[in-house]
Design a protein around this ligand. Structure first.
Ligand SMILES: *Cc1c(COP(=O)(O)O)cnc(C)c1O
Length: 370
């Protein structure tokens, strides 16, 4: 893959929508990026061109055997009017792992970051401004071999589309209720739950509608006879406990054992929590924990807060978990819709994303707005 070979065809620029009209993933920027791959010639000439429909044969392998993977990442307008991406190399690394797992081609991460940079530079006037507003970037790869044989694709298409988005919560946070789900399983040992393959998502929509019918916004995915807590909806799950004897608090999330999606937000939270929280008062752990532990610690008054973590919302506070016949109440700050650490973490991350504070090279500048 060679970003310097890119062929750019410009379309007519559209007007920026007013911020309040932005709906997640419903409208897209003027241009898209496509790169074809064939087994014989490797990656072809990258093209940036007006957003348009794809043309594929009905026998195409993606439609029958789910040779599809995707990423979700964001670009921000920073406070000094630059366009910047948040830790894009993490998404590229994960995309390559997803591709390798389903026999689709891998690529040079830095070349794709450069190409995405060019794509968003072209449509930078469409990136909304204001805290919480950003450009959601959806890199995707599909197998495009025609024919019904189940085999390693000898053709593939990588494409990137972008959607201007507003804050997940229009007016501050909104804590959610979860259905602790053991009647369906999102991912399992030896499976592909740690990869962003499209095939992982369709089977999770029915349990979500079942949870919704009971008044819950999302599933809290449990695994195995011990009912380990794995993830929440399509986010990583974090819980805070407080030991009532020592007074010490613990931030805990499930370990990356192949059943957990390796979230960039998850990694960012663990890194910032380990750096910013005082180890006298806090432990930060990746360990197994179960719904039974959550219930027992709730009974003892040791459950402090809980939240989901992912690119779309950064953090999503949890206020209640339905588990069999009981409802576990998760504390929130008085009169608020989140716990104290949840709120703190959202600020740490947003401050980096909008350029108010710097951490390592997590923010990658792509272009100047003016
Ligand atoms: C994308 C995703 C996440 C969050 O990953 P981020 O990189 O933080 O956006 C968590 N769980 C699942 C199942 C996901 O698909």
């Amino acid at each position: 893959m060679d970003a310097s070979k890119v062929k750019v065809t410009r379309g007519t620029p559209s007007e920026r929508k007013p911020n309040e009209q932005l709906v997640f993933g419903k409208s897209f920027t003027d241009h898209m990026l496509t790169i074809e791959w064939t087994e014989s010639d490797g990656w072809g000439v990258p093209e940036i061109k007006p957003y348009q429909k794809l043309e594929l044969d009905p026998s195409c392998i993606v439609f029958h055997y789910a040779f599809e993977l995707f990423e979700g990442m964001k670009a921000y307008r920073t406070k000094d009017n630059k366009v910047a991406m948040f830790r894009p190399e993490k998404n590229m690394e994960r995309m390559n792992k997803s591709a390798a797992r389903i026999c689709l081609p891998t690529f040079d991460s830095e070349e794709l970051i450069k190409l995405i940079g060019k794509l968003i530079e072209l449509d930078k006037h469409l990136i909304p401004d204001g805290e919480g507003y950003s450009l959601y970037i959806r890199p995707t790869m599909i197998g495009t071999t025609d024919g019904l044989g189940v085999a390693k694709p000898d053709k593939a298409l990588l494409f990137v589309i972008c959607s201007p988005v507003g804050p997940y919560y229009k007016t501050g946070f909104k804590a959610v209720k979860l259905d602790a789900t053991d009647y369906a399983t999102r991912a399992w040992p030896g499976g592909v739950g740690d990869k962003k393959l499209g095939a992982n998502y369709a089977p999770c929509v029915l349990p979500q509608t079942q949870a919704a019918a009971k008044g819950y916004q999302q599933n809290l995915w449990l695994f195995g006879p011990e009912h380990h807590i794995t993830e929440v909806g399509t986010m990583n799950a974090f819980f805070v406990f407080k030991d009532s004897t020592s007074g010490k608090k613990e931030l805990v999330t499930a370990p990356l054992d192949g059943t957990i999606l390796e979230g960039v937000t998850r990694d960012s939270i663990l890194t910032l929590a380990r750096k910013n929280l005082d180890p006298i008062d806090w432990e930060v752990n990746e360990r197994y924990f179960t719904i039974t532990e959550v219930q027992e610690r709730s009974n003892k008054g040791e459950l402090v807060e809980a939240f989901g973590a992912g690119t779309a919302a950064i953090v999503s506070p949890i206020k209640e978990i339905g588990w069999r016949d009981s409802k576990i109440q998760v504390p929130l700050l008085p009169g608020e819709e989140s716990g104290a650490l949840t709120k703190q973490i959202a600020k740490w991350i947003m401050d980096i994303q909008y350029g108010n504070s710097k951490f390592d090279n997590w923010l990658r500048e792509v272009a100047d707005i003016n």
